[in-house]
Design a protein around this ligand. Structure first.
Ligand code: FES
Ligand code: FES
Length: 194
């Protein structure tokens, strides 16, 4: 939602000059981030990604394209992965958000983070927080029996095959091309050889 120009300002625009806009519409939003209750007062146009990075200073979540095309901004909302650049923070009142910081810390890596380290699943690391959040959610989706585009039998329990992992991770782009190592890391956590 964009802020509507005030009547006075709207009338002030002349010719090709744009009208000045009014003050941004602000809204409070209460969310739980990595187990901590947070309340923010936000311009209603603020994306969830910017709320996390700019307002809560959780900069682990990365801004790659800001257009839903790279997956660098992937976080989990109520357990499901989402591109946080494509959703407004005010749409998440009461939701539970998990970012890479909530999965584990350098001294206490979770299984997926440790597997990425072990298998060299990154080079520059810029895409890595999104890759790991997505990978954790992918295994949850497989465990929940949710089929993908490459699932041969929509009624069978999906398996964490290489084809399934590649398809389900296809929204997460890695400019460094660490894809084969990323698949190996996810397969190890899934308990299957890549
Ligand atoms: S920054 Fe959100 S998909 Fe690229
Ligand atoms: S590790 Fe560099 S973009 Fe993926």
């Amino acid at each position: 939602m964009t802020a509507a120009p005030s009547g006075a300002n709207a009338q002030a625009g002349t010719g090709d000059m744009p009208s000045a806009v009014g003050e941004p519409a602000m809204s409070k939003v209460a969310i739980t981030v990595n187990g901590e209750a947070r309340e923010l007062d936000l311009d209603t146009r603020t994306t969830l990604l910017d709320a996390l990075r700019e307002h809560l200073h959780l900069t682990g979540t990365k801004k790659g394209c800001d257009h839903g095309q790279c997956g660098a901004c992937t976080v989990m909302v109520d357990g499901q992965r989402i591109n946080s650049c494509l959703t407004l923070a005010v749409m998440h009142e009461g939701d539970t958000i998990t970012t890479i910081e909530g999965l584990g810390a350098p001294q206490n890596l979770n299984a997926m983070q440790a597997a990425f380290v072990k298998h060299d699943g990154y080079q520059c690391g810029y895409c890595t927080p999104g890759q790991i959040c997505s990978a954790v959610a992918v295994l949850d989706e497989i465990r929940a029996g949710i089929p993908s585009h490459v699932s041969g039998d929509l009624t069978a329990t999906p398996q964490a095959t290489v084809a399934e992992l590649r398809e389900r991770m296809s929204g997460n782009i890695c400019r460094c091309g660490a894809y084969s190592n990323i698949v190996e890391a996810i397969a190890e956590v899934a308990g299957r050889p890549a």
